[in-house]
Design a protein around this ligand. Structure first.
Ligand SMILES: [Zn+2]
Ligand SMILES: [Zn+2]
Length: 204
């Protein structure tokens, strides 16, 4: 009561008398303030975290794994609300994000291109592995740089309509389908044999 009149409160832990804003709000406590001052509470929380860090991390991880869909949904909704409430702020954010991306690309162009190439080659390797051949299945040519993924049923144009001309998209599609299906639809050919097959198909 006396504290209410003076608008200060003594922290029982460190003994310092502080104005109300030196304490966290806590509606469960009489007077609506936390027992200990903010500094002491922070120290206590930190100590608790340090002493139980493994347990806390494990609990968080388990919670996230079990509730991943709810968490994602909530995050999306929160993001939507935030954008709606602060359209100008987020317009600026987005602009900055794009600018940063551009600058990063400009400054790291060679590294990015190199990494993309590496990633693409890796995927290509996995696709050949999945299709079961690292050489042309018609002529046996085995320079991996001159090999390609052939659409067995000549339906490449339909594929490209769906996923575009990006070869990485095609690799991903193949890597995500069951092996038996992949091997029914795609095969490894060299560019020559692929071209000859195309000519034969077109000219009947
Ligand atoms: Zn204190
Ligand atoms: Zn060939």
């Amino acid at each position: 009561m006396e504290e209410n009149q003076n608008h200060t409160k003594k922290c029982p832990k460190c003994g310092v008398v502080l104005p109300y804003k030196g304490f966290y709000k806590d509606r469960t406590k009489i007077g609506g303030l936390g027992t200990y001052c903010i500094t002491c509470t922070k120290k206590r929380n930190k100590k608790h975290y340090r002493e139980n860090v493994e347990k806390i991390k494990k609990q968080r991880k388990e919670y996230c794994e079990k509730n991943i869909d709810t968490i994602r949904l909530k995050a999306r909704e929160a993001q939507k609300r935030a954008v709606k409430d602060n359209p100008d702020f987020y317009k600026d954010c987005y602009k900055k994000y794009i600018e940063n991306k551009r600058t990063y690309y400009k400054n790291n162009k060679e590294k990015i291109i190199e990494n993309n190439k590496k990633r693409k080659n890796k995927l290509r390797f996995f696709v050949f592995e999945k299709l079961g051949s690292f050489k042309c299945i018609k002529c046996g040519f085995d320079n991996i740089n001159a090999l390609c993924i052939d659409h067995i049923n000549n339906d490449g144009s339909e594929d490209r309509k769906k996923i575009g001309f990006d070869s990485i998209a095609l690799y991903r599609k193949i890597l995500n389908m069951p092996q038996s299906e992949a091997r029914n639809l795609y095969q490894v050919l060299c560019r020559n044999c692929n071209w000859l097959k195309y000519i034969e198909w077109v000219t009947g």
